[in-house]
Design a protein. Sequence first.
Length: 136
Amino acid sequence: MAKAYWLVKSEPGVYSFDQLIRDKKTVWDHIRNFQARNNLRAMKKGDQVLYYHSQVGKAVVGIAEVAREAYPEKTSDKGDWSAVDIAAVKALKKPVTLDQVKATAALQAMQLVTHSRLSVQSVTPAEYAAILKLGS
């Protein structure tokens, strides 16, 4: 089965990609949007994840991968929420800014452009490849 591709967002002041590199792996939790939660539940071990710095920087800065598939989130006192574990793979050589994404024809339909508030997004293989090319 082919790998799937995803994008997760974090404010760098809350949890940066550099911190993920230092930690090597983290729990991706506290997601309180049903579509984003469903995306977490669709992630499979080994799927590739683009790491996006939101608010400050507004750029894809690194690559992670799903290290553990969805499980019930322990921090939730009510509701049906999930978490996954992600592991750092590597930083991009050059951050790929939101402006670059919007200016790239092949990325016009990317959820980062069309569903900008969604914190866990699916990414097509072509979009993933285009981001990697821009970031190399």
